[in-house]
Design a protein around this ligand. Structure first.
Ligand code: FEO
Length: 173
């Protein structure tokens, strides 16, 4: 059983995760259009991870006997001033999602929903990784911009071309 407050909040989170996938796929399309195919690949994998997150919430709702309601997904931005700006937006977005997950944990505590609390711990840990990954790339892109310029940016692009999607540890549920 899941109470209505928790159900509504988790349904909103499904859409947030779907929006995150949209957001990163839009960044991927932007990078495809600017020739940074490695960055595009990294964003595409990031979008796949977000869909995995969405389905993890979806499956949890189902497993608790709740009804998944698919709400509207906003249109993401499609243009950025520079690769650095894109990655800064990734970091800002992940920080926002961390705040949303914290809000869900607070709600689970307030509603004494121990099962939701337990499921959410996976996301608490995942957000540490999400922020760390984004911070690392922002630092690298900033350093490249500060020192040697575009040549190093293309080297970083090559590095990010190697990222592949592997379902995160912890399974789909
Ligand atoms: Fe679903 Fe990137 O957090």
């Amino acid at each position: 059983m899941i109470n209505e407050k928790m159900l509504a909040a988790l349904n909103r989170q499904v859409i947030w995760e779907m929006y995150s996938a949209y957001f990163y796929l839009s960044m991927s399309a932007y990078f495809e259009s600017t020739g940074f195919r490695g960055f595009a690949n990294w964003m595409r994998v990031q979008a796949q991870e977000e869909l995995f997150h969405a389905m993890k919430f979806y499956d949890y709702i189902v497993s608790r006997g709740g009804r998944v309601t698919l709400l509207q997904i906003d249109q993401p931005p499609e243009e950025w001033a520079s690769p650095l700006k894109v990655f800064e937006d990734v970091l800002a977005h992940e920080r926002k999602v961390t705040g949303l997950i914290s809000g869900l944990v607070d709600l689970a505590i307030a509603e004494k929903d121990h099962a939701a609390w337990s499921m959410l711990q996976w996301f608490v840990n995942e957000q540490v990784e999400e922020e760390e990954n984004a911070e690392e790339i922002v630092k690298k892109v900033r350093m490249v911009g500060d020192e040697k310029g575009v040549g190093l940016l293309y080297m970083l692009d090559k590095e990010l071309a190697t990222r592949v999607f592997t379902p995160p540890a912890g399974g789909a549920k």
